[in-house]
Design a protein around this ligand. Structure first.
Ligand code: NAP
Length: 317
């Protein structure tokens, strides 16, 4: 086997990918994990994590990822950088897959675990694209420090919006959360922290209809969904956390997804194509937590190991 041929290739360097990698490396399968520096794991962009079981207190997202990586490397998992663009089934060897990256590196594998997660969704309003990086942001950890003593708006009512709003209070003088309902979707403990934080206030039943400013964000148009009234709201930045879209473009022609591109699997992380597994946030109908991604990664690795031993006739029955 040449260096570029593997038993299994894991695409994605987040909790699901590394968990799969730890298990496959320990199963002594020749495994490559391809991680992208273009699309970072959401965990890298997360500040304090308090709900990962087994880690009392707080751990930073990048520290947790580093721990996953160190553990995987201790079992000699091969890791490389690359942005996967395409996966093609090799015609003359039906059970092999060719994985091609943006810089045209090509890897061959008998099985693939897709674990590329999801990325922040856009709001899709006027001014959003034009003022991106000029006050419009999707990452408080990356950009929060630019808003020291300034007024910012956070859009969304889920876990991400509230967690990021709390983080932004370290820098901003005021954080106004604009949410389209009159209550939050976020977990109760985060809600409680936000409600008692003196720097956070809420603009309920409202959406952001436009983002305005010359070179930087200066104003947003806020629409009350009940009264339909539109008002101007002055701010220096707007952080958008209205959910995610899956990073599955390279998989859309290969496996079954739902209408929004989330990959459909069974409970063993099998996709509709034998030998291709999916784990973590890119799956349809899943709770998108670090711990569930880890569970998915482990499940996918065990299914993958079973699949490979099955096609080789080495299964332990
Ligand atoms: P989410 O749970 O899908 O929440 C998205 C929020 O944005 C919702 O409040 C939604 O409103 C709102 N929204 C969606 N489209 C909108 C639009 N066009 N205009 C205005 N508001 C809009 O997304 P998330 O908070 O990013 O969380 C994603 C997953 O990651 C969840 O499963 C979450 O539990 C998990 N997560 C967990 C943690 C943690 O454990 N601490 C941290 C981060 C994320 P509605 O409520 O009206 O639908």
């Amino acid at each position: 086997m040449s260096d570029k041929k593997y038993d299994a290739i894991i695409i994605g360097g987040g909790p699901a990918g590394y968990s799969a990698g730890i298990y496959l490396a320990r199963a002594m399968l020749k495994t490559l994990l391809i991680e992208s520096y273009t699309i970072l794991s959401q965990l890298m962009l997360t500040d304090d994590i308090e709900n990962y079981p087994g880690v009392p207190g707080k751990i930073k997202g990048f520290e947790l990822i580093d721990n996953f990586k160190k553990q995987a490397e201790s079992f000699e998992l091969t890791i490389t950088e690359g942005f996967v663009e395409k996966i093609i089934q090799i015609d003359d060897e039906k059970r092999k897959w060719s994985i091609i990256t943006q810089n045209e590196s090509k890897y061959i594998a008998e099985s693939v675990i897709a674990a590329t997660g999801a990325k922040a969704r856009n709001l899709g309003v006027p001014g959003e694209d034009e003022l991106r990086g000029k006050g419009v942001s999707y990452c408080a950890i990356c950009d929060g420090a630019f808003f020291k003593n300034r007024d910012v708006v956070v859009v969304g009512g889920g876990d991400t919006a509230i967690q990021e709003a709390l983080f932004l209070t370290r820098y901003a003088s005021k954080v106004s959360i604009v949410h389209r309902r009159d209550r939050l979707r976020a977990e109760k403990i985060l809600q409680q922290q936000a409600f008692k934080n003196g720097k956070i206030d809420f603009i309920w039943d409202s959406t952001v209809d436009a983002i305005e400013g010359n070179n930087n964000v200066e104003n947003i148009k806020v629409k009350n969904v009940k009264t339909k009234k539109i008002t101007d709201f002055k701010c220096n930045g707007i952080f958008i956390f209205v959910g995610f879209t899956p990073n599955t473009d390279y998989m859309k022609e290969v496996v079954k997804t739902d209408d929004s591109g989330w990959i459909i699997t069974d409970s063993k992380m099998n996709t509709n194509i034998p030998g291709i597994f999916a784990a973590g946030d890119l799956r349809a109908n899943t709770y998108r937590q670090i711990a569930t991604a880890v569970g998915d990664g482990v499940t996918a690795a065990l299914s993958c190991e079973k699949y490979i031993s099955g096609i080789r006739g080495t299964e332990y029955i």
